[in-house]
Write a protein that binds this ligand. Sequence first.
Ligand code: BDR
Ligand code: CA
Length: 314
Amino acid sequence: MTPLVIDTDTAQDDCVALLAGLLDPEADLRAITMVAGNVGFDRQIRNAHLTLNVAGRLGEVPIHPGCRRPLVRPWESAENVHGDGVGGMTMDFNRCEPDPEHAVDALIRLAAENPGELTIVCIGPLTNIATAAVKDPAFADNVRALYVMGGSNNARGNITAAAEFNFYVDPEAAKTVFAAGFDITVIPWAPLTLERAVFGQSQLDEIEALGTPLSEFFTRACAATLEFDRSVGIDGTTHPDSLTAALLLHPDLITRVGSYHVDVETQGELTRGYAAMSWGVHGLAPNATVVEDVDAEGFFEYVKGLLEAKTDLV
Ligand code: BDR
Ligand code: CA
């Protein structure tokens, strides 16, 4: 089993990544840590509780609220893309108390308790991870690896022409993390997600036909992003975060990687959050493995398998 924490901003594909952490027998999910990102901080905590509930695991995995805004900038959301992240679903949230320990302290503690064992799946802005690295100089060494969803290899952004959302929202945090000495695997937005992690209509029909509580949850949660993605010419709904969790738990889904020196632009007028992925020719020592291709069909079958589970609401 893989001991992991998921650091998330709980939009719809984050929810599916959480389902991987909660339902995959390979996963030993120790905690969920929350960072300011896609849909509003308190909403994100609710979405994580809702996901725990549909997975039948409410109360079993702690949710630690973390940094409520980026390091030096105001928070910006992506509600125009994700809606509320879960298609308006609700539950009795009075039963859901987040853990009082701050996410940054929880990350530092969990990594220190088992040095070299914990992997963090980073599927929101990197504010919590950067803060933990600054607060505890041993943090990067204590963590086994980071699986970071962010950036684009060759600058095809989704929030600006140059930048992907997670790095754009907190570029200072992203820059800090790539300089901190972690073992990092990057799952970039483009071209990877656009070529390999888009579920088209026939796949969405297959998922809906499962008729399980989880397939219903998936269909509803993904509706807003599906509508947005189609409006910008993407033929389906995008799943970068679910892919990130799947690749950690099932590395056989990875078919090609490259070794890069990754740095993040914090100053550019047009390029804030741009991920500079430098290959060998520039003479910079590699600091990350970038995933370049995956088994897309295997990934879809993996998600479908997760959603087949018959779970009981708590
Ligand atoms: C990232 O932002 C959101 O769209 C997704 O949850 C993912 O983490 C992609 O840019
Ligand atoms: Ca996310």
